[in-house]
Design a protein around this ligand. Structure first.
Ligand code: DX5
Ligand code: ZN
Length: 214
């Protein structure tokens, strides 16, 4: 699956930018609060408008403090997948259950330096694991290949039937890095600059999809 990240799109024309990647599996929406990460983007009102503007399922990546307060609202509004950060809450299970109760798929994200082992036990409460391959906050950073070990561990648990979830990666995914991520067992690739900083975002999605499948 390919999930273009609108962080690199033109925020004044989000409906057009979503239409440009029609046929993508998910549309990745980076919500940043200026506290959990040193950058500020958009929130629920923009997501509500986007939901009316596109049929692509929204993959909301909440880089925010206190996700328990905010995450269920995104699911209630109709976001398909709502992912929050393990580092942002002491009770990830409660947040996941609230997202699911509100009708969304629940995702857990880990920053590059956060180990996965402490979370393996609770992943059964989740539909998605989002492995960050850059420090969250900004698009256009370089891929950190060492995080792929976390993807391999979780892929193994999915393949052996112990877990059932989508393994997603976010940060620095482009034509040079997507194949090694695919080889590590990633199911869903987020790509911001590699899609939107090109002349033809739709063609970029198709090209990444082809590469991931080889
Ligand atoms: C970064 C965001 C990413 C960002 C990725 O904190 O979570 O989704 O859009 O951008 P690229 O693909 O340019 O690394
Ligand atoms: Zn993201």
């Amino acid at each position: 699956m390919i999930a273009p990240s609108i962080l690199s799109a033109d925020f004044a024309h989000l409906a057009d930018e979503a239409a440009a990647v029609e046929g993508s599996d998910w549309l990745h929406v980076d919500v940043m609060d200026g506290h959990f990460v040193p950058n500020l983007t958009l929130g629920l009102p923009v997501v509500e408008s986007l939901l009316k503007a596109t049929d692509i399922p929204l993959d909301c990546h909440l880089m925010i403090d206190n996700p328990g307060r905010w995450a269920p609202g995104y699911a209630e509004a109709g976001a398909y997948n709502v992912t929050f950060h393990a580092e942002a809450t002491e009770d990830p299970i409660a947040v996941a259950r609230d997202i699911r109760a509100a009708g969304g798929k629940a995702g857990l994200s880990v920053k590059p330096n956060t180990p996965i082992e402490p979370y393996l036990e609770i992943l059964r409460e989740f539909d998605t694991l989002l492995v960050m391959s850059v420090e969250p906050g900004f698009g256009g950073q370089s891929f950190i290949a060492s995080v792929l070990e976390k993807a391999r561990i979780v892929r193994g648990l999915v393949d052996s039937g112990e877990l059932q979830l989508v393994v997603e990666i976010d940060g620095g995914i482009n034509a040079d890095t997507i194949e090694q991520a695919a080889a590590a067992g990633i199911d869903c690739f987020v790509a911001g600059s590699a899609v939107y900083n090109t002349a033809d975002p739709g063609a970029a999605v198709k090209s990444l999809r082809r590469q991931a499948a080889t």
